[in-house]
Structures are given as structure tokens and as C-alpha cells.
Design a protein around this ligand. Sequence first.
Ligand SMILES: [Zn+2]
Length: 224
Amino acid sequence: MDYEIEKVIKSNRKTFCIEIDDYGKIILRIPKNSSDLEIEKFLNKHKNWIYKKLKVIEKREIELYPKKFIEGEMFLFLGNFYKLKIVKNQKEKIMLNNNEMNISDKYKTDIRKVIIEFYKKKAFEIISDRVNFYSKKYGYDYNKIKITSANKRFGSCTNKGNLNFTFRLIMAPIEVIDYVVVHELTHLIDKTHKKSFYKKVEKILPDYKKRIKWLNDNSYLLKI
Ligand SMILES: [Zn+2]
């Protein structure tokens, strides 16, 4: 097994510290004057712990994808996981209940279709709502909202002022959806991705960098 250190942070601390986040990124915090040998020694000493932790993360990803659309499988909605359950006597095709995604047994051969339909509907409702909120508050004038099935492009803004968002965004937490919404609304007045663009985004969402980080770290989760 091999691993990569994402970041080494040197500071006035006296001890070595290693952190592995939920996505397997490794951060090493070390005293300013540590030598390569000291770093190597430290990593060697904690090798087993690192491997063990990375294995758990890897296994979790394998369990999540590719989707099999069977009972017990986990599906994301607004940043929370819901366990798929097929239920009898449910009028609605799909319902979220506590931590369960309940699907009527009448649709048990169409689970993928039902979930995507649900995601698209909710994406339109919730994203439209957020676009209206921010455009009203900050005086942005857009034309239309469209929900797409794009895999990697979370949002876009056309020259006619149409805003496109992928339905996959509905799996992300609302703060992250808000970031993509504000990003695309800002494109109505600034088509660049220059510093001045992000300054405008920052005025609306001071913590926008945290939200971008979530997207970068977790975009692999926004799949179905
Ligand atoms: Zn952009």
C-alpha cells in the first residue's frame, strides 16, 4: 500500500501530528525545524495506523459505488445519507423518512428512475428557491432556470442570462448549493473567474472557500 501526504504544515509546535480526513487526505503537522529523517521515522512508526484508516475509507467508497439500487444502500439528499427501503402500501413513489428513503414496492424494478426523477424535481424546487432568494436580495436579474444531468459541471450561466444547474447538486448540503447558485448569479455581471469575481462572491458568502472545498473533496459523492 502506498499513500501520499496532501499537505505538510510546519509551525512552532513541539510534537508531530498526523491527520487523515474523511476522504483519505493526509495532513502532517510538524515542528518548524524537523529533518527529513525525523519525518520518515514518525511516518514509519504510524504506518499501520495510516494503512488501517485508509482501508476503511477505500472500502466505504467501494460500498457506495457503483450503485446497485437495492435495499440498505445509501443515497444522499441535501448532504445527508438515507437508507433505501422498499415499502408496501405507500401512495407516493418515494418518501424521505428520518434516515430512510422509502420507495413504494410498486416501483421496485424502477428504483433508479424513481430516485433520479425525485432528485430532478427537488433540485428544481430548491435551487429555484435559492436563486430567487439571492437574486432578490442582491438585485441580480436572470432569465430562466434549467436543471441538467451534467456529470461534472455543477452550474453554468449563458449569455442570455439563463442559469443551468445539474440535478446532482441536490445531493450536496444546502450551503454548497448556495455557493453554486451565488457563483452562477455573479456570472450575470462578471463572466471571468478573476480575483474581482471571487471578491463579489465573497461579499455574499464570506466563507465561500469552505464551500468550494466541500465540492472539491466530495464531488465523487454526487453520483448516481
Ligand atoms: Zn464560473
